[in-house]
Design a protein around this ligand. Structure first.
Ligand code: PLP
Length: 407
């Protein structure tokens, strides 16, 4: 939490001295008065992305035609390498970009279960993202597994002691979100991975609300498997393909469902027997979405240009400002902080609870402030550090205060 009373003058000073303030100028922002606090749902479009897309379409597709495949074939691994090493703290050769987060989650989950034969339980928490629950339920039905659901507090996330109590020798995989989509509660990767490994289980992380927002140290934490979106903080564009991480030491032993020709050794020999390539490329399936991959490549390179650590720091400070304004302005008016109070225990979004949250979210959008409504009674504000200014947080929360006082 901030010390002292934040003032408009202080906010202007923070924006003027923000070390990454110039990055916002690289984004397409047609309406400067729109306070967009939903970059964690769909990140903004960058100008370099517009140029890349035009060039890819006209030059690479239009002029280059099939000859462009010599450059395109490497894209899933090239973009994976960029995200893995610059954003996720993975070692080289541990990340590819392909398919959706949902599909990747399913494949890695089944692979992990097969890698721990005889263990019939997979663990998740009650507040994990819906698609994660559905994937687990579907795989459990298919493979005859039990999903053990650890309770989660809607505001502060999973209790480490309860998680620890749920892990035993029957557990093959622990599947959790690093940053909870609703509250923003952050789970410590290294602590949970150590718990899992002590019981002989693997970890499968959903990094959708972490990638580009908070520091992730996949290599340092010993994490086994991870997936996540590129269209949120990484600004890859609607429906952009997801990333998939497999720790180097596990890549050979992992047997994933669904095999395809992009994972095949000597792909263009067109052999009829499947023999997977070495390395992370073995987990690819079919023809990659080239246009979307070029967009992801461009936006991640743009963020990397200012350095991810600077963005993580800014995301945390934006969240601290929002938490302070919640306490000072909104709690006296009947709203409540529905996220962990400590910035170190949150990702880059923050949630405010109020009985009329659904109507308030609609009223905010009408006044040019865009958050998200989240069940049961929450307004979720995302602070994508690349494009959000301190004044946006101020304006967004002042608008909510005005609504609560009937102004
Ligand atoms: C946004 C999000 C997803 C979305 O998955 P898709 O397959 O891209 O639709 C999955 N998990 C989490 C935690 C998310 O926040």
């Amino acid at each position: 939490m901030l010390h002292g009373e934040p003032t408009w003058e202080l906010i202007e000073h923070w924006d003027a001295t923000d070390p990454v303030r110039r990055l916002r100028e690289a984004f397409v922002i047609p309406d400067e008065s729109l306070v967009y606090l939903d970059g964690n749902s769909l990140g903004r479009l960058s100008r370099p992305t517009v140029q890349t897309l035009a060039r890819t379409v006209e030059d690479e597709w239009g002029a280059g035609l099939i000859g462009s495949w010599q450059d395109w074939l490497a894209l899933p691994e090239q973009v994976g390498e960029l995200i893995g090493t610059r954003v996720l703290g993975a070692a080289s050769g541990e990340v590819v970009v392909a398919d959706s987060t949902t599909v990747n989650l399913y494949r890695l989950l089944v692979g992990a279960v097969r890698a721990r034969p005889g263990r019939r339980v997979v663990v998740t928490d009650a507040d994990n993202f819906p698609t994660d629950h559905y994937v687990l339920q579907g795989a459990a039905r298919e493979l005859g597994l039990t999903v053990r659901v650890v309770p989660a507090h809607l505001d502060t996330g999973v209790d480490p002691a309860e998680l620890s109590a749920a892990i035993d020798e029957d557990v093959s995989v622990i599947c959790l979100s690093h940053v909870a989509y609703r509250s923003g509660a952050l789970v410590d990767l290294a602590t949970v991975t150590a718990l899992a490994h002590r019981a002989g289980a693997l970890t499968l992380w959903d990094l959708s609300h972490s990638a580009g927002a908070v520091a992730v140290d996949l290599a340092g934490s010993g994490a086994d498997l991870a997936v996540g979106c590129t269209y949120k903080y990484l600004c890859g564009g609607p429906g952009a393909p997801a990333f998939l991480y497999v720790r180097a030491g596990l890549q050979d032993e992992l047997d994933l469902p669904v095999w395809g020709w992009f994972g095949q050794r000597d792909q263009f020999e067109m052999g009829s027997e499947y023999a997977p390539r070495d390395g992370i490329g073995r987990f690819l399936l079919g023809t990659p979405p080239v246009l979307a991959l070029r967009c992801v490549q461009t936006s991640v390179a743009l963020l990397d240009g200012v350095g991810l650590p600077a963005l993580w720091t800014k995301g945390r400070r934006l969240g601290e400002l929002a938490a302070t304004l919640t306490t000072r302005w909104l709690e006296p008016l009947g709203a409540a902080l529905a996220s962990p109070p400590a910035a170190s225990a949150r990702g880059a979004h923050l949630t405010v609870a109020h009985p009329r949250a659904r109507a308030l979210t609609a009223a905010l959008i009408e006044r040019g402030v865009v958050p998200d409504f989240r069940t049961p009674d929450r307004i979720r504000f995302g602070f994508a550090p690349a494009t959000t200014r301190y004044r946006d947080v101020w304006t967004g929360f002042a608008t909510l205060r005005d609504l609560l006082t009937g102004r």
